[in-house]
Each structure stands twice: as structure tokens, then as C-alpha cells.
Design a protein around this ligand. Structure first.
Ligand code: FAD
Length: 323
């Protein structure tokens, strides 16, 4: 018996959310008194694979061939499911990233396993049953889901579990791809990078702005603040609807759900549909000129003031701090 974790890479490098999934899976494996096996698909250097031992992976399986260099949902799901069978994994953990969200249900079907999609805490384990806390209704509520199946799949919301080092020596082993020709019906032919900015779903820091900014011409200070902090930029729905910002920056119920360590909301009222996508952020800072704005109710820190005065001062202070 083992616990299997899928270690997602981006251009050969593991992301922070991958290490979170490994740390989470290690804790589950320790509780079950078993080994942690990681599976990597795509071209990742041996030294990078061996690094996974730092977070407790006893064994690292890797599959690399040209066809699997970019993410292929069906094929990756087939490989992960067959690794779970080979390693007799009772639990499979993966990040609830864009690809993880697509993989988890496919793996669950292949393994006839129960699935919790979007876990935010370690499961409580009793008599072979797992009770897992997960996000529900776009982060507006939590659900406690009981997994009673023999095999269990858990996808973990990025930024909801800490990275913990538990060094062991990882055994690195090649794993034969079990993907069939029929698994390659949808293939990524080319990836065109829209920008070099920090990607919003993975961002640990987010600077977000709303209609209070008045118009697209005022986003210079938002970009500047984000650049100084190494943060991603985001916006409210009306802002992207109006074409002030691209749609991929829209967060909320109908946009992207984020859970960064820091979410700075500037000139955003805090409507329930917006909060649905951001309320699981660790620290929320709100800048709004209306002291009654609902966003202040969920803020850890609030500044009542005009964004056009506060943000430049914030930029100046961060610049000085960095000098
Ligand atoms: P406003 O509500 O207009 O608020 C602007 C804020 O800026 C105000 O609080 C104001 O006090 C402040 N302000 C003004 N000037 C300044 C200044 N100079 N300095 C500082 N503060 C200032 N919205 C989302 O964001 N995401 C979603 O996913 C989403 N999904 C939706 C789904 C449905 C089905 C519906 C019905 C709505 C959805 N909405 C969503 C819209 C949502 O209800 C709100 O209308 C929207 O979030 C408001 O955006 P805002 O806060 O930018 O604008």
C-alpha cells in the first residue's frame, strides 16, 4: 500500500502548489504509516526529481517522452491511474490547479475511487474513512465530505497547505507510459505566452482593482504596485466586462477563484460574487474611500481613503523599504 502524489511541472520545474501537494500527501502517508510515491510526467531533470525527497517522497516515478511533454489530459490521467494500481496507492493527491481539476475526476473514474475536489485541510481519518474539508459554492462555504471508498482521490486547493520539509532519499524510477493512442485525441500543439506576468491562479500575492479606479488609464499605479511586490494583477467583473482589463484577470464567482497569501483590493466594493472568489485569501487588505464598503467586513487590514492618494504613497513606501 502507498500514497501517490502527482507532481505537476511547468516547463520542467515544480511549482509551489506541487510541493504543497507533496507535503499534504506525505502527512497522509505518515498517518497511514506508509510510503509516499510521486509521479512526474513530462521532461524534468533528474536532480529536480530527486529534490522531491526533501519533502518526503520515498519514490519518484517519471514518465518522459516527446508526446507527453505538454499536458494531455486523457493520457496523463491514464498514466497516473495505472501508477496508482502498480503502487497499490489507496490515496492519490494532486493540486486543484487547472490541469489537476481536469485530471482528478478522470482518475477517479478509472480507479472507481471517491473524489474530493478542492480540499483545504488534511482529512480526519477513522476506520478507513476520510472526512475532508473542502471549498463549496465558489469558496462561500465549506463542506465536510466523507470518503468511504477503498481508493480515494483528493485535489488540494493551491495555497491552502504549507510546504513542509521531511527529508528522505528518493528512489528515482522510470515508469512506462500506459497511455493508449485513443488518449491523444486532444493535444496541445503550441503554447503562446500572453505575457511574462505572474500567473494569477498560482500567485501568492495579488493586487486587484475595481470600478473605483474610474478607467483603464489609471491602471499604471496598480501595475507598478504589483511589479514592486512581485504580485499578479486582478480585477472585478465590471472592470473586465468594460474591457478595462483582460478577462483572465476577473476574479470571483464567475471568474477565477484565488487563495493567495495576500490579496490587496483597491476600489472594489466587496460584492458577494466578488468575495466568492477571494475570501480564502490568507490576508486581505482593502483600500476604499467608503468606510461602509462591505469589503471591510472581511478585511484583515483596511485603509479608508482615496486610491489615487493611498496607492502612490504605498508605492513610495515600498520603494524606500526595498532600497
Ligand atoms: P462597484 O460596486 O462600483 O464598487 C466600486 C468601489 O470603489 C466602491 O466601493 C467605491 O466606494 C470605491 N471607490 C470609488 N472611488 C474610489 C476611490 N477613488 N478610491 C477608493 N475607492 C473608491 N463581480 C466580481 O467582481 N466577480 C464576479 O465573479 C462576479 N460575478 C457575478 C455574478 C453574478 C450572477 C452577478 C449578478 C454579479 C456578479 N458580479 C461579479 C458583480 C458584482 O455583483 C458587483 O457588481 C461587482 O463586483 C462590483 O464591482 P466593483 O466593486 O469593482 O464596482
Amino acid at each position: 500500500m502507498s500514497v501517490l502524489v502527482y507532481v505537476e511541472n511547468a516547463e520542467g520545474k515544480f511549482k509551489k502548489s506541487t510541493f504543497e501537494a507533496v507535503s499534504y500527501a506525505k502527512e497522509v502517508a505518515d498517518k497511514l504509516n506508509t510510503n509516499l510515491v510521486a509521479i512526474s510526467i513530462g521532461n524534468v531533470a533528474d536532480a529536480t526529481l530527486a529534490d522531491l525527497g526533501k519533502y518526503g517522497a520515498n519514490k519518484v516515478l517519471f514518465v518522459s517522452n516527446e508526446k507527453l511533454k505538454t499536458f494531455v489530459n486523457q493520457a496523463y490521467a491514464s498514466i497516473i491511474a495505472s501508477a496508482a494500481k502498480t503502487e497499490d496507492a489507496k490515496v492519490v493527491v494532486l493540486s486543484a490547479s487547472f490541469s489537476g481539476k481536469g485530471l482528478a475526476p478522470r482518475i477517479a473514474v478509472k480507479l472507481e475511487a471517491g473524489l474530493v475536489d478542492g480540499a483545504v485541510e488534511l482529512p480526519e481519518m477513522t476506520d478507513g474513512k476520510f472526512n475532508v474539508k473542502k471549498n463549496a459554492f465558489s469558496g462561500k462555504a465549506f463542506a465536510h465530505v466523507e470518503l468511504t471508498s477503498d481508493r480515494k482521490i483528493i485535489s488540494l486547493v493551491p495555497n491552502s497547505y504549507k510546504v513542509v520539509e521531511k527529508p528522505v532519499t528518493a528512489e528515482i524510477t522510470a515508469f512506462e507510459s500506459t497511455a493508449a493512442e485513443s488518449d491523444f485525441q486532444v493535444m496541445v500543439r503550441e503554447i503562446v505566452r500572453a505575457s511574462d506576468k505572474v500567473s494569477l491562479p498560482d500567485a501568492e500575492l495579488v493586487v486587484s482593482a475595481g470600478r473605483g479606479l474610474k478607467g483603464p488609464e489609471n491602471w499604471g499605479m496598480i501595475e507598478e504596485l504589483a511589479n514592486l511586490l512581485g504580485a499578479a494583477t486582478a480585477c472585478s467583473k465590471p472592470v473586465s466586462d468594460a474591457g478595462w482589463r483582460p478577462h483572465e484577470e476577473h476574479v470571483g464567482q464567475t471568474g477565477i477563484a484565488v487563495s493567495p497569501n495576500l490579496y490587496i483590493a483597491i476600489g472594489i466594493s466587496g460584492a458577494i460574487q466578488h468575495l466568492a472568489g477571494v475570501s480564502s485569501s490568507k490576508v486581505i487588505v482593502v483600500i476604499n474611500k467608503d468606510a461602509e464598503a462591505p469589503f471591510f467586513k472581511v478585511a484583515d487590514y483596511g485603509i479608508v481613503g482615496d486610491a489615487f492618494e493611498v496607492v502612490p504613497k504605498l508605492i513610495e513606501a515600498i520603494r524606500k523599504f526595498k532600497e
